[in-house]
Write a protein that binds this ligand. Sequence first.
Ligand code: TPP
Length: 535
Amino acid sequence: MNQSDSTVRCADALVKILESNGVKFIFGHPGEQILPFYDALRISNIKHVLMRHEQGAVHAADGYARVSGEFGVCISTAGPGALNLTMGVATAFKDSIPMIVITGDVDTDLKGKNVFQDVDVEGVFRPITLESFHIEDPYDGILKLKKAIEMIKHGKTGPVHLNFPKDILNASVDTSALMNKPVKCEDISLNVVEDTIKLIEMSKRPLILAGTGVIWAHAVQKLKDFSLKYGIPVTTTYSARGGLPEDHPLCLGMIGLRGTTAANFAGKNCDLLIALGCRFSERTVIGIGDPEIIHVNLDNEVLKGNIKIQGDVGQFLGKIENITVKNTNEWLHELENHKKTYEIKTNYTDVPIKPQRAIKEILDASDDLTTISDAGTHTTWVNLLKKITRPSSLLFSGGFGPMGYGLPAAIGASFADTREKVVLVAGDGGFQMTMQELAVIAQEKLPILICIINNCCLGIIKQWQDMHYRERYEVELENPDFLEIANAYGIKSKRVNSPGEVFNAVKNALELDEPYLIDIMVDKEEGIILPKVNP
Ligand SMILES: Cc1ncc(C[n+]2csc(CCOP(=O)(O)OP(=O)(O)O)c2C)c(N)n1
């Protein structure tokens, strides 16, 4: 399409806006209705990563966002393409991952007329996004994109969906629409009342609960400074792990279901909980007693407790300065005792390998590398065994928990991670849900180490059946030969069967600068024994 100097195609304008906001990668899969956008991408500096399924695209954008700390972008075509995104969009929504989701759609005059691939996309996306917009005017679409970026960069985080009919993507707009007039999010007034400070000053057993808001507010350093200055211990939610390094004396680790004994003891026995950027999920509140609560969150709807502050965690920490807190030494000493009591046994010598032993060897051999897991028993072992010393160095499918997250998220993480190597620990079930993305790993030559914890079954479900139902049913997996699968994609691989072998296999694989798959045959009868939540 020819454009005069003073006009630009809407699709080109959108790509320019993404470029000017620092977007380097877009994960997607094309189709007719999104082609104008692809045509614009072709001549941009943004690299498009061609995923083999739209679910892969959105999980990759999610992994990219979690590791880079920037928002992720994924794109698809209308109808089936858009609906294939839903799993990952819901995952990002549950975990408040900032993401721009752009879909193409049928032409405006055909919308709602039940033509080929027409479906109520916004109706599907609305409950799983911060906002889902059907764009009816190119100028409005440009404005909405700018506003969405502004919001997820500086306000509430999560996926925002923009659905562009193809005719709108092709429409010409005046280049002035591109001028980056700052689109301001409404300022959130910060109600830092004197009572907040009083409450902290009165507390003998204060505890900080850090949620993912601390990470997205880029307030990790402020959190550390605050905790250290006032001697207040820190516990985290799942996704804020590493907000304070877990080997730091003031860090108690994760709270709640699957939380550490020390964190749950602290949660049950603190007299004040300073909850920063968390949403008090049902998994988190398991570890919390009945303390006074100061809750800071950008999202008004999730605020709970005695003092509710709608605001940015970083700004809040900046305001709570020069306060006089009580000496917390006794409290810290008490917590220290609980830290020492909790160890997971991994030194089994059994063959087949116990999964916890295999996972410990993977983690030991891969040091501080970013690790991604999937959904299942192995996820819990990874979460329990990995000590996290930097934020966002352990990714998993979080609050929504889809199987199949791991492999595509590892691809996004690999593009984002400056350490260049990432490690995926996946179950044999979950791996098979998105294993088509091996093609991307091979094509892009991404140095991802894939470790399959192969128990030939849907482990966690088998365990549930053993515990709560009469018999096992439909959980045994007759797996393909994963080495042959890897081979078909030109990816090197190895199978290991016994303890000790895993560590060496991982070390050797990490020395290569290429993708690698290790198929680890583990004891299928080994379930997870949950750590005690109420010490
Ligand atoms: C898409 C999806 N389908 C079903 C589930 C329910 N589910 C959770 S874990 C799991 C089994 C996972 O098996 P596997 O990947 O082999 O891991 P393991 O539990 O053996 O470690 C299932 C079926 C889910 N979380 N996501």
